[in-house]
Design a binder for this molecule. Structure first.
Ligand SMILES: Cc1ncc(COP(=O)(O)O)c(C=O)c1O
Length: 488
């Protein structure tokens, strides 16, 4: 097991004190300065320890007041297990068949929990549609012609301003606007690799990333990843000694599907590894703005001094996937990525870019994301309670601190693919685990999205899923536990 860093040790001590009742829910913890004095650690170590506890959702920072206990750790669901072994690079396989199942879930009659799609019905998003209409009514011909390859200046200015929160000091000229994050990832991958190269990824990994790797003729090296702290940096270093790795691709903040946030210290180590090995590192930050805590996580890119990290993101999770507005900051690979963007799709449509730029400039982005995060946090707790209530005993799951996805480990005998098929026959969409691995691992896992309102339809769907899961292990459905009605 990797040894703990100092701030992790301090966080673990506080965690145990909260768990054992030394501090109760609502109690104020020592101030950052107080903790630093008490434990003889630096202010930044004390801050890192508190941030880790925030990520674990047991404390919360109140502006100008300090850190308070929000939850007894014992109340958290048990985390799913993880893969610890490093296995040789492989071609992506297996997921094609299961991919078919998720594509069916855009059907109207399906309760769709398999896709990582945001709730686009929230009132705070309405100005965006208005702004689209305003841009159209202006009657300018600008949106009708080819736009600049790098994207509209108005949007890149807003993105540069916004990126400060993620610890970045960027200029509008550092960005290339793309058709969603998927195109950004694909352009970055193709800009820095040639067919046959090996790409190191977390495991499990979002299947769209595996698809982009496969379609580019690249191999996947799955690096062991812990559900609560992310890719093992030690395992990556070992892999670099064993194999020639063309690029590393990571989603370190509110990861899909695991939901973790890598600590700043580990992000810094990844940036240092990229620089040391002169190796491109593609950072997918698509969920970075979607945390439930006050402070937005930093990016690996913020520790990148030599331009080896290529940052990719989009508005598909924060605002609206239908607008297909994404971007990348390719660092030292700018020219190569610009070429790939030209080859892939020339420019990105102008109208959505202008509407998103206006939405951001007017302060609507922050308003919407803050409000959406509150909804998602509540829906996460509701969904965890529902799964806890209706699924078989040994079910384990993550408790993400941002985003909209739960990674659920079912008892060994249950096939996630089988459950997804049965679910779809009952008009329920979920994502089967093997989709998230090049080697078809995670047979007994599923991913569930909790972005939509937890109404009667969703409660019924989870109850049905629970029954189907029980039927797959030949156990009659558990008697329903009390209190679940209060959720609806
Ligand atoms: C981690 C991750 N990266 C990229 C994408 C693709 O994003 P977009 O719709 O902006 O292309 C997704 C969508 O689910 C995702 O979860």
């Amino acid at each position: 097991m990797a040894s703990e860093t100092l701030y992790e040790q301090i966080a673990n001590q506080l965690f145990e004190q909260i768990d054992s009742g030394v501090y109760s829910v609502g109690d104020k913890l020592p101030s950052v300065r107080g903790l630093s004095r008490q434990m003889r650690i630096s202010i930044s170590t004390a801050l890192d320890a508190y941030r880790l506890l925030e990520q674990r959702d047991v404390v919360m920072a109140k502006p100008k007041s300090g850190y308070f206990v929000t939850r007894r750790p014992g109340a958290a669901p048990e985390m799913p297990s993880s893969n610890k072994a490093l296995v040789a690079p492989a071609w992506v396989s297996q997921w094609g068949r299961a991919m078919h199942a998720t594509s069916l879930e855009s059907r109207e009659d399906v309760v769709s929990m398999g896709r990582a799609a945001p709730d686009v019905t929230m009132p705070t998003l309405r100005p965006l549609t208005r702004m689209m209409a305003v841009e159209t009514r202006k009657g300018e011909t600008r949106s009708l012609g080819y736009g600049p390859l790098q994207g509209c200046t108005e949007l890149r200015v807003q993105l540069a301003r916004h990126s400060r929160e993620a610890g970045l000091k960027l200029s509008p000229d550092d960005f290339i606007v793309t058709n969603g994050c998927q195109e950004a990832l694909l352009c970055c991958l193709r800009a820095v690799t040639k067919p046959g190269d090996v790409i190191a990824v977390e495991t499990p990994t979002y299947y769209g990333i595996l698809q982009a790797i496969e379609a580019s003729g690249l191999k996947v090296l799955e690096i062991p990843t812990r559900p609560c702290r992310g890719m093992s940096v030690g395992a990556l270093e070992m892999a670099l000694e064993q194999w020639t790795i063309g690029a590393v691709l990571v989603t370190p903040s509110f990861n899909n599907p695991l939901g973790y946030v890598m600590s700043d210290e580990r992000k810094q180590r990844l940036a240092a590894i990229a620089a040391k090995h002169r190796m491109p590192m593609i950072e997918d930050d698509i969920y970075g703005d979607m945390g439930y805590q006050t402070q937005r996580p930093l990016t690996i890119k913020s520790f990148d001094e030599e331009g080896w990290v290529m940052l990719c993101s989009s508005i598909s999770k924060t605002l609206a996937p239908g607008l297909r507005v994404g971007w990348c900051v390719p660092g030292r690979f700018y020219d190569q990525v610009e070429h790939q963007k030209y080859v892939a799709s020339m420019n990105t449509a102008t109208l959505p870019q202008l509407a998103v730029a206006e939405f951001m400039a007017k302060g609507n982005f922050d308003r919407h994301v803050n409000s959406a995060s509150e909804h998602y946090r509540r829906r996460r707790d509701q969904m965890i309670d529902l799964i806890d209530c209706y699924f078989p005993e040994q079910t384990r799951m993550t408790r993400p601190e941002g985003g909209m996805l739960l990674w659920v480990e079912l008892p060994n005998q249950i096939s996630g693919v089988e459950l997804s098929k049965l679910a779809l026959a009952n008009h329920i969409g979920i994502s089967p685990g093997p989709l998230f691995s090049a080697r078809g691992r995670y047979q007994n896992f599923i991913r569930i999205s909790y972005s939509q309102e937890v109404d009667k339809r969703v409660v019924d769907a989870i109850r049905t899923l629970g029954k189907l899961a029980h039927s797959l292990i030949g156990v009659p459905t558990e008697p329903e536990k009390a209190n679940i009605e209060v959720l609806v």
